[in-house]
Design a protein around this ligand. Structure first.
Ligand code: SF4
Length: 474
């Protein structure tokens, strides 16, 4: 599911002369991958990507509809793009509501739903026809809107679940897994381009392959099954960081934990638990709500003691009682999750949960959210304190003019987790690994000092030779 808050980006890149296109990309990493695919197609057709409305011959707005607040932001982004006077093509999750959008903005060049790549590309061709036919080669792994040292790897589209607060399946359809050979080949192409960290995403990553009956595929002259274990094993051969997002605690996830213990993939799992109370999980219609998650977490940690578990929760779901909420707090205390985000429940137009009885008053939701985050902060602070004096490897995201590097450890996914601030780090390079000693810790971040380079860099931990992709945020 889309657990990250909406994000807006216009991403420029260089390219040959021709017509130009601007992209405003909202929403979760899965939507960002859709934007990358559209821009890759357009790049192949000779379009340059620009980061300024004034330079764009057409603008694409990739919308998010996960929450009502995200829908509002999408409408604002469309209005802003329209104000530029450029032809505007709307796509993405909110694009499925064409009548509503057209009612507000009758003169849009096109409105398409999510993953409608052909329709978006055709609309751009109509709105800004190329003066000449020119096919431009694109990188095998396509254009990326992330910094060049990490990339999202989308392994499937859609979702077979029907969580009562979510409309994603109605927008993106049922689970549709990519062939395993294609996914591994794309990952390898990304690593060949200097990517150091692969972030595996899907609506439900742990369901990978179910719809295609785990159909085997070829990669590197061997056969791999389209399931989570083989995928993780293959990605582990690439020698870069592999991070798994949007996993549900099904029994078959057990198979990837030994790969974490062996250092093949990062000991990190992003599991959107959303709640712990059985009655709330039942009302949410959550997948794996009957699984014994605390026992499972304990078993995983016994195998991979460095395992970091990140999660998101929703408090104030319709019908949630104080006893349900207290159950959640007690569960969190026992689960000792490393990284936690929490949202106060919001209605989403079209979601079944809107019609559930006993909606929780807004002030109660906000109070529960604050209490939850206080408990989570206490756990995080205590866990980070235990890292004082430890030597850890980090990946450098940026180096500030004052010589402080902003880096991430295995425990920190980009944009959603904490940061490791490394002092005296002017010599470090963006997109490279460094070894540091932790000197200070607060609730969410660490401060550290650089150490000598790691002895014998791991294969794949080579110089990025790449620049940060400039992203203009709003
Ligand atoms: S239906 Fe549930 S599992 Fe599927 S995308 Fe929505 S929240 Fe995630």
């Amino acid at each position: 599911m889309s657990d990250t808050p909406p994000d807006l980006k216009i991403a420029p890149s260089s390219g040959p002369r021709g017509k130009t296109v601007g992209m405003v990309s909202l929403g979760c990493p899965k939507a960002l991958v859709d934007s990358e695919r559209i821009l890759t197609r357009l790049r192949g057709d000779g379009y340059q990507t620009v980061g300024d409305y004034a330079e764009a011959d057409a603008v694409i707005v990739n919308t998010c509809a996960f929450l009502d607040s995200a829908r509002e932001e999408s409408l604002e982004a469309i209005a802003e793009a329209r104000a530029s006077g450029r032809p505007v093509i709307v796509t993405g999750c909110m694009g499925g509501e064409e009548a509503l959008i057209r009612d507000r903005f009758p003169d849009l060049a096109a409105v398409t739903g999510a993953q409608a790549y052909d329709a978006v590309v055709s609309a751009v061709h109509r709105a800004a026809p190329q003066p000449f036919a020119e096919l431009i080669p694109t990188p095998p792994a396509g254009l990326k809107l992330t910094p060049s040292h990490y990339a999202y790897l989308k392994i499937s589209e859609g979702c077979d679940h029907r969580c009562s607060f979510c409309i994603i399946p109605s927008l993106r359809g049922d689970l549709a897994s990519r062939p395993v050979g294609d996914v591994l080949a794309e990952a390898e192409a990304l690593v060949d381009r200097g990517v150091k960290e692969l972030l595996v995403v899907a609506q439900d990553t742990s369901a990978y392959g179910l719809d295609i009956r785990y159909q085997p595929g070829d990669w590197r002259g061997r056969e791999w099954r389209a399931n989570l274990e083989d995928l993780a094993r293959g990605l582990g051969e690439l020698g870069v960081w592999t991070r798994l997002h949007y996993i549900y605690p099904y029994p078959h996830v057990d198979a990837v934990i030994p790969l974490m213990a062996e250092g093949k993939i990062l000991p990190y799992l992003d599991i959107p638990f959303q709640h712990a109370s059985p009655s709330v999980l039942k009302a949410m219609k959550r997948p794996a709500n009957q699984e014994r998650t605390l026992e499972r977490l304990a078993a995983w940690r016994a195998i991979a003691p460095k395992l970091v578990v990140r999660s998101t929760f929703v408090v104030g779901f319709p019908g949630e009682t104080e006893a349900d909420f207290q159950f959640l707090l007690d569960w969190l205390e026992e689960a000792q999750l490393d990284r936690v985000g929490c949202f106060a429940y919001e209605n989403v137009a079209g979601a079944a949960a809107n019609h559930l009885p006993d909606h929780v008053p807004e002030e109660v939701k906000q109070d529960r959210r604050a209490r939850f985050m206080k408990a989570a902060e206490g756990i995080s602070r205590a866990k980070l304190k235990r890292k004082l004096g430890h030597v850890i490897d980090v990946l450098v995201d940026a180096v500030r003019p004052d010589g402080v590097a902003l880096a991430r450890s295995a425990a920190d996914a980009p944009e959603i987790d904490g940061c490791v601030y490394v002092r005296d780090a002017a010599h470090l390079k963006v997109g490279e690994f460094a070894r540091v000693r932790v000197e200070r810790a607060d609730a969410f971040d660490l401060q550290a000092a650089p150490m000598a380079p790691p002895p014998g860099a791991r294969p794949g931990f080579r110089s990025a030779g790449a620049r940060m992709h400039r992203v203009i945020g709003r």
